[in-house]
Write a protein that binds this ligand. Structure first.
Ligand code: PLP
Length: 392
């Protein structure tokens, strides 16, 4: 016999993957340059050159067993110290290495955090639009997954809607800023108000409501900074990843930060480590821990993303498409002309333009495009976008 839930998750591919596979098939027929694939968020800028140089230096200078050996489950002290130093230089956050747990990217870190918080009956809230994987992560942890309706059209956070969904069983709310799929950066004002609400309701319920800050896009901002949420609300657990900031999505490295000022922080940290262990975590990749120990301070060169963002935001807005201002990440979340994003996505697909309908992000009627693509592809695709909005 086979576990039905696991089977269903494995057998039903995501709509994003389906579109991506379709794009590959079409590329084989009509040529890659004639498919405008905005489906998948794979970084398109290279890692900073110092990353690869550092790998070479580590391989040349370090004894092989030390490069590839197991590390402690929470991660090498040198990497955790480098991350703490970097966070403290940027945010004056007072981070200590013992508050950091090195993980294999934001996805498994979120799973560990959800499992650490999944007491019987626990509810975990996400704010629409949200990263679709939150649902299987939370539900497989045993939590009830609830979605706060979107705050249209700006995609900040509708606090009345959050308050209406809080119950004494609410353990956490996931905050993803800069946001996938909207590209919106939550303002300090929004986060202050959310923090005040969670403080008040936590006092009322007699237990903390944690913010799980999912931050793979923290450094990907254009003309603004993403506030560092632990400085705003102490009961914040950060799940961070270098997948996007250093363009290392296949290497699987990141960290969980459990600030000591968070309620029950020592037990929480132990529970995150325990939940990771129960999922088979042994340690984050050893070589990459050594790279991060030397490269935690590096930042991406966002010029190419910014150029793409401007070309699309300005070009599409001028045609009449509507979207929230995309200040971060590498996505635009656009209102479907005519209102039906699935119909729009199908019409676009017929012209080899691949966009993802918003239903899976908890936001029907919108579609996502991911602009980590070539500038040339954007230029070639703009007339197709124009034809789609003009010939409805
Ligand atoms: N959270 C969000 C919002 C994402 O967009 C992604 C990946 O695209 C992840 C988490 C998972 O990232 P990682 O590669 O660090 O597991």
């Amino acid at each position: 016999m086979i576990n039905e839930t696991a089977y269903a998750l494995g057998a039903n591919r995501s709509c994003i993957r389906d579109l991506f596979e379709y794009g590959c098939q079409r590329a084989a027929i009509v040529g890659r340059e004639n498919v405008y694939d905005y489906s998948l968020g794979n970084p398109s800028i290279p890692s900073p050159p110092a990353v690869n140089e550092t790998i070479c230096r580590i391989l040349a200078d370090t004894e092989p067993l030390a490069v590839h050996g197991y590390t402690s489950a929470v991660g090498d002290l040198s990497a955790r110290q480098a991350i703490a130093d970097d966070l403290n230089a940027r945010y004056h956050a007072g981070v200590r290495p013992e508050e950091l747990f090195l993980g294999c990217g934001a996805a498994p870190e979120l799973v560990a955090v959800f499992r650490a918080l999944a007491v019987p009956g626990a509810e975990i809230l996400a704010i629409a639009p949200y990263f679709p994987e939150y649902k299987p992560f939370a539900e497989s942890a045993g939590a009830v997954f609830k979605v706060v309706p979107p705050d249209v059209p700006g995609f900040q956070i509708d606090l009345e809607a959050v308050e209406a969904m809080l119950t004494p069983r609410t353990q956490a709310i996931i905050v993803n800023s800069p946001n996938n799929p909207s590209g919106v950066v939550y303002t300090e004002e929004t986060l202050n108000a959310l923090g005040a609400l969670l403080t008040r309701k936590g006092q009322e319920y007699g237990h903390p409501i944690y913010i799980v800050a999912d931050e793979p896009y923290r450094e990907l901002t254009y003309g603004c900074d993403a506030p560092f949420i632990p400085n705003i609300y102490p009961n914040t657990i950060v799940c961070y990843s270098y997948s996007k900031s250093l363009s290392l999505p296949g290497e699987r490295i990141g960290y969980v930060y459990v600030p000591r000022q968070a309620a029950d922080s020592a037990a929480l940290y132990a529970a995150v480590a325990g939940a990771a262990r129960a999922c088979g975590h042994v340690c984050a990749p050893s070589l990459w821990q050594k790279v991060i120990a030397r490269c935690a301070h590096l930042r991406p060169d966002l010029a190419a993303y910014d150029k793409n963002r401007k070309a699309l935001y300005e070009g599409l807005t001028e045609m009449g498409y509507e979207m929230a201002k995309p200040d971060g990440a590498f996505y635009l979340f656009i209102k479907a002309p005519g209102g039906d994003a699935n119909e729009f996505s199908e019409r676009a697909k017929a012209k080899d333009l691949l966009v993802v309908p918003g239903d899976g992000f908890g936001c029907p009627g919108y579609f996502r495009i991911c602009y980590c693509v070539s500038y040339e592809m954007i230029q070639k695709s703009l007339p197709v976008f124009r034809a789609l909005i003009e010939n409805r």
